[in-house]
Design a protein around this ligand. Structure first.
Ligand code: ZN
Ligand code: ZN
Length: 129
């Protein structure tokens, strides 16, 4: 009988609560799911739950496109936001439907956050009819 390796893997993941990130797909703004990976690799893999979405995220590499097709990879430009403290690739943690340009990025390492929301309150009043 094989010892179920999955149990070990999940246990290992479970013990790593610090890495329990709420990663959003930068395309769909839905929370990505932690996906157990069979091959040994650094970090944890998150995958978008939307059917057909190829957006993946690991805490070591940031966002990438989960395909081997170079053309698709080239067409999909993954956002590269680096932490100002440790240069780790940051993940999209929060969006606000009311402010379309607002993005909250977080660093998986030091938990630093970074927003690129434009100050639309007061200053940039769009008076376009
Ligand atoms: Zn997606
Ligand atoms: Zn950091």
């Amino acid at each position: 009988m094989h010892v179920p390796r999955m149990a070990c893997e999940l246990e290992r993941l479970g013990s790593c609560t610090r890495k329990d990130l709420h990663v959003l797909c930068y395309q769909h703004h839905t929370e990505m799911l932690l996906t157990p990976v069979s091959e040994p690799r650094e970090g944890l893999l998150y995958a978008c739950r939307e059917p057909g979405c190829l957006v993946r995220y690991t805490d070591s590499d940031g966002y990438f496109i989960g395909t081997k097709d170079p053309k698709t990879v080239e067409e999909e430009r993954t956002p590269r936001v680096s932490c100002p403290n440790d240069a780790q690739p940051m993940y999209l943690a929060e969006v606000t439907p009311q402010r379309r340009s607002y993005r909250l990025w977080k660093c998986p390492e030091c938990n630093a956050s970074h927003t690129n929301g434009e100050t639309s309150d007061g200053l940039g009043k769009s008076a376009e009819a």
